[in-house]
Write a new protein. Sequence first.
Length: 393
Amino acid sequence: MKKISHILTVVLFLTVIGGLAIAFWIIPDKSFSENENRVLSDFPTVSGEKLLQGELSEDFDAYFTDQFPLRDTFLTLDSLTRLALGQGEASGVLVGKNGQLAVRKYNAYLSPTERAHDTDFYSTTHLKHAADALGHLKEKVSVPVTVLPAPRTLDVAISAFDYPEEMSDTLHATLHAYLADAGVHSIDLLPTFRTMYEDGAYVYYRTDHHWTTLGAYTAYKAIMTAWDMTDSILPYESFDTHTVEDFYGTTWSRAGLSFIPADTLTYVTQEDDTQYIVRDDKGNTVMTGFVDPSYFAGKNKYGAFMSGTNRLLTVTYEGDDTEGERPKLLIARDSFASSLAPFLARHFDLVMVDLSGGMTHLSEYAETYGCDRILVVYNLENFITADAAVRID
């Protein structure tokens, strides 16, 4: 009887392994994961150079990981198992009160050849290099430079998690201190956002890493106040508010926890939005207004703001009531600035460059487009994990 049990176990094991192996070769490869909003690895190109440098095994590992049959199902099971074991997180994502999610682990940038993987560690040297680069930019240009490091969800919604507040506070204080030492004006929104979050304001999404439209409006007010333009701030009530249901963000995708309920995405408009023309770097019209509704049919609903990721965009107001030339604002940014742009565009013509796309020559862009100010809007996690800020000049 015991022998039969062992045989059945072996047969079952081989059936599962064999079935997955057959499925792996029969099921066509996917090029894109809508759930994770990223491109998946293709079958690697085999070459002697890659083999000698050890890259081939890494490429195959990435390929098998991305194309594994029932990958999403296994990720969900793994996440549920971790929660059941009391770890309080799944795939580096903390699970907090009221379904609040926040990324805790990331791949910290240490040097051009070194990363710290799956950690909440960060390099203070790297942060200082980024601050120094921004300081050099300030000295190089003749226009004001302002930096807004957008807080992470973990920093804002700290009360929803069992995570040491002092770790978050130290990180923010360190970066802002380095920026001050470099002579760069920075805006610290963490205290404001934390207070609003504690009061129940919907300033950051539960399932995504971005601030909400209310969060973006809060950043807009802080920027205008810092620039002595308080009297020009438009009240939130002057905008028409629209909502889009069933928004599942990137943090939800990473965690693999399907039972976490969806967010509601909000965006705002005004009657004259069609008078704002958005163009690419070749002068082609991308859209009018600030929201591309085609994104609402897919998973990447946040991409509706400014029509997703673009290396360079300009926004100009071309209404009949235009009175003279408007001041120009260069925004060096990541995706956080996409939902902020609709507010700032009411006061400035915008030149928006994507730092992650290698658009780091800010002094050159400011001169070419005749910009009157430079605003850097960059999420704190990107300061930690990428080198774009270090390469700013």
